[in-house]
Design a binder for this molecule. Structure first.
Ligand SMILES: NC(=O)c1ccc[n+]([C@@H]2O[C@H](COP(=O)([O-])OP(=O)(O)OC[C@H]3O[C@@H](n4cnc5c(N)ncnc54)[C@H](OP(=O)(O)O)[C@@H]3O)[C@@H](O)[C@H]2O)c1
Length: 323
C-alpha cells in the first residue's frame, strides 16, 4: 500500500490529506515509480486553490524522481529498477505513482534523486525561457523577478553562464545576498525600492532586453517600464495573482513592447522536446553552470507546512518533499 496526499475540495493548504492510496498496476504505456524525492512548485498551489482547474479528487505534485517498480504493456524503454525523473502530470505527492512512460526521463549517473526532483521542473522551465522564448545572447541584459526563488535561483545562474547581465528582484535582504551569489549582478529589494527606477539607473536609461516575471499581478505593469524599446515581457507565472492587460495601447506607449505568457505544455508537447530540455539541464549541472540549491526539506506528511512556507515567501531555492 502506498500513501498519497489527496485533495477532495480545493482550498487552503489544509485540504491536502494523507491517505492510503494504492497506485495500482500500470496500464498500457505507463510505468509505476517509487518516488525518492518530490519537488515543490508554485503550480501545486495554483492547482490546490483551484486557480488552475483540475479534476477532483487529485494528488498534487508535478516533479519527482525515483525507481521504476513496474511497467505496463507496450513499454520497452524502461524496466523495474531504472532511475527516472519527471515533470507533470500532477500526482507526485505520493510514495508511488503511475506515469505515462513518454513523460519519464532516464537519470544520468551524475544526477541523484534529490537533485532531479529539485531541478527538473524549475530548470527545464529556465531552459525554455532562456533558450526558446527568447534566445538569450551574451551581452544582453535581463531582469528576473523573485531571483532567489526556485526557478529564479537556477535561471539566474544559467543566464549569467550564457554571458548575459542579470538583474534580480527579491523580497528581503537575505534573499538579495543569495541571488547575488547565484548569477545576479545587482539585486533590488522590491519591497523597499522602486525597481523600474533602479533598472533605468543600472542600464544607463536604456532598459533591459527581457523581463522574466513569475510574480504576476504585483510586478507586471511596473515591469513594462524596465524594458528597452521592442523588448520582451515574459509573464510566466502569477505567485501574487493573475495578470490581465486591459489596453494593448500600453505596449505601444511604452516602446512597441512584446508580451508572451508561456507554459511548459506548449514547449514540451513532444517527448523529444521534453528530453532535449532535460539533456540541456543535466549538462549544465554537470558542467557547473548551475548549482542546485535545496534549502528546505519536508516529509510528505508535512506538505501542508511546505505549502504555507512557499505561499508566505519563506522559502529560497528548491524545496523537497521526502516520502
Ligand atoms: N509557465 C511555466 O512554464 C512555469 C513553470 C514553472 C514555474 N512557473 C512559475 O514560476 C514562478 C516561480 O515558481 P517557483 O515554484 O520557483 O516559486 P518561488 O519562486 O520559489 O516562490 C515564489 C516567489 O515569488 C515571490 N512573491 C512575490 N509576491 C508573492 C506573493 N504575493 N505570494 C507568494 N510569493 C510571492 C516570493 O519571492 P520574494 O519574497 O523574493 O518576492 C516567492 O518566494 C511561479 O509563478 C510559477 O508559477 C511557471
Amino acid at each position: 500500500m502506498s500513501r498519497a496526499l489527496v485533495v477532495h475540495q480545493v482550498g487552503g493548504p489544509e485540504v491536502m490529506k494523507l491517505e492510503d492510496r494504492d497506485a495500482g498496476a500500470p496500464g498500457p504505456d505507463q510505468i509505476r515509480i517509487r518516488n525518492r524525492a518530490i519537488g515543490l512548485n508554485f503550480v501545486d498551489v495554483y492547482q490546490r486553490t483551484g486557480l488552475y482547474k483540475v479534476d477532483l479528487p487529485f494528488v498534487p505534485g508535478s516533479e519527482g524522481a525515483g525507481e521504476v517498480t513496474a511497467v505496463g504493456a507496450g513499454v520497452s524503454e524502461f524496466k523495474a529498477g531504472d532511475r527516472v525523473g519527471y515533470i507533470g502530470p500532477a500526482g507526485a505527492y505520493a510514495e508511488e505513482r503511475l506515469l505515462p512512460a513518454a513523460r519519464a526521463i532516464p537519470l544520468p549517473k551524475h544526477i541523484d534523486f534529490e537533485t532531479a526532483a529539485a531541478s527538473m521542473l524549475k530548470g527545464m522551465t529556465a531552459y525554455y525561457l532562456l533558450f526558446e522564448t527568447w534566445k538569450l545572447q551574451a551581452g544582453e541584459s535581463i531582469l528576473w523577478h523573485a531571483a532567489a526563488g526556485g526557478v529564479g535561483l537556477i535561471a539566474c545562474q544559467w543566464a549569467k553562464a550564457l554571458g548575459a547581465t542579470v538583474y534580480g528582484t527579491v523580497g528581503s535582504e537575505a534573499k538579495a545576498a543569495l541571488a547575488k551569489a547565484n548569477g545576479c549582478r545587482e539585486v533590488i529589494n522590491y519591497r523597499t525600492e522602486h525597481f523600474p527606477r533602479r533598472i533605468r539607473e543600472l542600464t544607463g536609461g536604456r532598459g533591459v532586453d527581457v523581463v522574466y516575471d513569475g510574480v504576476g499581478q504585483a510586478t507586471f505593469e511596473p515591469s513594462l517600464d524596465c524594458l528597452r524599446p521592442r523588448g520582451l515581457m515574459v509573464s510566466f507565472g502569477n505567485a501574487s495573482g493573475t495578470v490581465s492587460i486591459p489596453d494593448l495601447g500600453v505596449l505601444a506607449a511604452k516602446g512597441s513592447l512584446y508580451v508572451t505568457r508561456p507554459t511548459s505544455g506548449a514547449y514540451f508537447a513532444t517527448t523529444g522536446e521534453l528530453r532535449k530540455a532535460a539533456e540541456m539541464l543535466f549538462a549544465a549541472i554537470r558542467d557547473g553552470a548551475i548549482k542546485v540549491t535545496i534549502n528546505q526539506r519536508f516529509t510528505l506528511e508535512d506538505a501542508v507546512a511546505a505549502h504555507r512556507a512557499l505561499e508566505a515567501r519563506e522559502t529560497t531555492g528548491s524545496t523537497l518533499l521526502l516520502p
